[in-house]
Design a protein around this ligand. Structure first.
Ligand SMILES: [Mn+2]
Length: 222
């Protein structure tokens, strides 16, 4: 299975157009979007902010359903609403080898889907892991593709422990935009797929799970 994994598009229309170009060029079997899919609109109140995000979610759902590729997405901590369980592209339960994980560790910004490390540990303990499991997550493991501009690591220790213990084949994530990259962590291939929406830069990874994805993947940065 050939996957194009990206994340943190934050409703950026240029990035959404670029995704279509990448799908045309590389013809993956599946597009995975690892959360933070909606715009962070200017609004005079939090209610209006949420209203705008709800409208943007409708547009986003129409966009992904219009693509000629199988799409699965999760929502991130900057998407201040619940996913639409009736949307076939919304990954809210395991689908084959794909397992969603949308909660993030506590940030200084009081965003959505933040939980304590203990709570994340509980949620992670419920993830069914097979050797070929691909976790579609938003948050990153501590110490791996998790450095903010200051150089400080802000990833999740619960995710690090989970990967060490269970070693799924692939952990896809985003969240820390400045830490886009690919790295091995124990026996798991971790891909931070975060775009840079401020400069409309699409980033992500083409990963072919039938080939040697551990060392062979294509970096997308357009
Ligand atoms: Mn983000």
């Amino acid at each position: 299975m050939k996957i194009f994994a990206t994340s943190d598009i934050h409703g950026n229309k240029n990035i959404m157009q670029k995704i279509e170009q990448v799908l045309q060029q590389y013809q993956p079997d599946m597009l995975l979007i690892c959360g933070d899919v909606l715009v962070n609109p200017r609004a005079s109140s939090f209610d209006k902010y949420i209203q705008k995000q709800h409208r943007n979610y409708q547009e986003f759902k129409e966009y992904v359903s219009s693509l000629n590729t199988q799409v699965f997405y999760i929502l991130g901590n900057d998407d201040f609403l619940e996913g639409d369980a009736t949307d076939k592209c919304y990954l809210n339960s395991p689908q084959g080898v794909l397992v969603p994980f949308d909660s993030v560790s506590i940030t200084p910004f009081s965003t959505y889907r933040e939980v304590t490390v203990e709570q994340q540990r509980v949620e992670l303990s419920q993830i069914p892991v097979q050797p070929d499991t691909i976790v579609v997550a938003h948050d990153v493991p501590y110490g791996c593709l998790d450095q903010i501009y200051s150089g400080r690591s802000v990833g999740s220790t619960a995710i690090l422990e989970f990967i060490k213990e269970k070693q799924p084949s692939i952990w896809l994530c985003g969240h820390i935009h400045e830490a886009f990259g690919a790295q091995r962590l124990y026996n798991t291939s971790v891909f931070n797929c975060a775009c840079d929406p401020r400069i409309s830069k699409l980033r992500g990874w083409i990963i072919d799970t039938e080939k040697d994805y551990r060392s062979n993947f294509i970096r997308i940065e357009v």
